[in-house]
Ligand binder design. Structure first.
Ligand code: PMV
Length: 331
């Protein structure tokens, strides 16, 4: 049996503009995770068990756009292995449609677990049969983070058409990323850890719809939207500099600036604004939506002094769940 976890993620700065080539910053969130387990069995078929959906089905019966089937097929093809004689069990604590990367985490966990499963099988094969073929050697090497990210990206395309690739990247590499579409990934130093309260509006908002709406608005008024994306890109670069130099206070202002631009893009919502106002009134230094918007999660910059009051205010204002995470230090 092999297991692999994958964390959730938040986008700190730059969502939506990142789809149009501007930079964005994202960090993993280890308090929530997807976990995949691969179990070898004698049955030829591959069985998929999606615990959260209370579903169990055979790979051969799954449609081509089924995301779990897709990552299994893609990963086996990448490893040159035939998908048979195993079951995949996937379980996740990441809310679906909440902007915390649930889809990408499920794909990353499955690809990583399959990589380990076939690596172990090939070692056993070599021991049993005393073979040393190139094929076995290559699957023994397993999958790199870059391989896993690329596989998960293929599935992201099924979920929402034109993904930037930021979700699969930050989740596969499990470290803060400064991300520009189609450029090599960059990580960066968090000079001083900072604390975020992540509050769930409770509204599941499909990424595809918000991304599609922004695209239509961009098509209708390219000049206006390009200017908004440029301003987001500048905020992202200032935020990276602030994080690298430990200027945490500045981050709050930059989060508010980014939120103002997201509002102008039309991806905020009354529920998001209500949580932001509550957090700021209770002492948060900045707050913004994170991910596609329209619902999902809001991130609020807090500290030891304000944290409890901010959490209470968020719950009172209707947050369905509040996760507190530290960026730059695992909790
Ligand atoms: O809602 P999420 O976490 O899937 O975030 C989407 C982020 C966008 O920038 C809106 C889209 C993308 O592909 O980067």
């Amino acid at each position: 049996m092999t297991n692999a976890p994958a964390p959730g993620k938040i986008i700190l700065f730059g969502e939506h503009a990142v789809v149009y080539g501007r930079p964005a910053i994202a960090v993993p969130v280890f308090q929530v995770h997807a976990d995949a387990t691969i179990q070898a069995h004698d049955d030829d078929r591959v069985m998929i068990e999606a615990v959260n959906l209370a579903r169990r089905y055979a790979l051969e019966d799954a449609p081509t756009d089924d995301p779990l089937a897709a990552i299994i097929r893609l990963t086996c093809a990448r490893l040159g292995s035939v998908p048979k004689n195993f079951s995949v069990r996937i379980q996740s604590t990441i809310p679906v449609g909440g902007g915390l990367g649930s889809g990408a985490a499920v794909s990353v966990a499955i690809a990583r677990a399959l990589g380990k499963h076939f690596a172990i099988e090939s070692i056993e094969d070599i021991e049993k049969k005393k073979i040393n073929s190139m094929l076995s050697m290559s699957s023994m090497a397993g999958l790199s983070n870059a391989d896993i990210s690329a596989l998960a990206y293929e599935v992201e395309k099924l979920h929402h058409g034109t993904p930037s690739g930021i979700d699969n990247t930050v989740i596969a590499f499990e470290q803060p990323v400064y991300f520009i579409k189609d450029k090599p990934i960059e990580s960066f130093r968090v000079a001083r850890p900072f604390t975020l309260a992540i509050a769930d509006t409770g509204i599941a908002a499909p990424t595809k719809i918000a991304v599609g709406d922004v695209r239509r608005a961009w098509e209708q008024d390219r000049a206006r939207y390009e200017a908004l994306f440029d301003r987001v890109g500048k905020v992202v670069d200032k935020a990276r500099a602030a994080i690298e130099s430990g200027q945490v206070e500045r981050l709050g202002y930059l989060m508010n600036d980014n939120q103002a631009l997201l509002r102008e893009m039309g991806v905020s919502s009354p529920e998001i604004e209500r949580l932001i106002l509550a957090a700021k009134t209770a002492g948060a230094r900045g707050a913004k939506l994170s991910g596609a918007g329209r619902g999902g999660n809001v991130i609020c910059l807090t500290d030891e002094v304000t944290q409890d009051a901010v959490e209470r205010a968020l719950v009172k204002a209707g947050a369905k769940r509040v996760i507190v995470t530290q960026v730059g230090g695992r909790q």
